[in-house]
Design a protein around this ligand. Structure first.
Ligand code: SF4
Length: 73
C-alpha cells in the first residue's frame, strides 16, 4: 500500500469499462485490496492515498450502479 495521494485516472487500482477512455469524467471501480469490499465507484478525477501509479484495468460492469465487475488484478 502507498501513502501517496493521487488521482484515480493515473492509478493502477482504477478499473473501467472495456472501451472506456481515461478521462476526468469516466466512472470506474476501485479494486485496491482494502477499498474493493466497499464497491466504490469513482471518477477519473477522484483520488485517495492508496494511490499507486499505473494504467487502469478494464472489465465490463466496472461503471454500473452499483459496480458488478470483479477485480482483474
Ligand atoms: S480510490 Fe484511490 S486506490 Fe482507488 S483507484 Fe482511486 S486513487 Fe486508486
Amino acid at each position: 500500500m502507498s501513502n501517496e495521494w493521487g488521482l484515480c485516472k493515473d492509478c493502477k487500482w482504477w478499473q473501467i469499462e472495456p472501451k472506456a477512455s481515461i478521462a476526468n469524467t469516466t466512472m470506474g471501480l476501485c479494486i485496491d485490496d482494502k477499498l474493493f469490499p466497499y464497491n466504490i465507484r469513482v471518477s477519473g478525477n477522484s483520488g485517495c492515498n492508496h494511490f499507486m501509479p499505473g494504467k487502469p484495468a478494464h472489465a465490463k460492469g466496472s461503471s454500473s450502479q452499483p459496480p458488478t465487475a470483479k477485480p482483474t488484478r
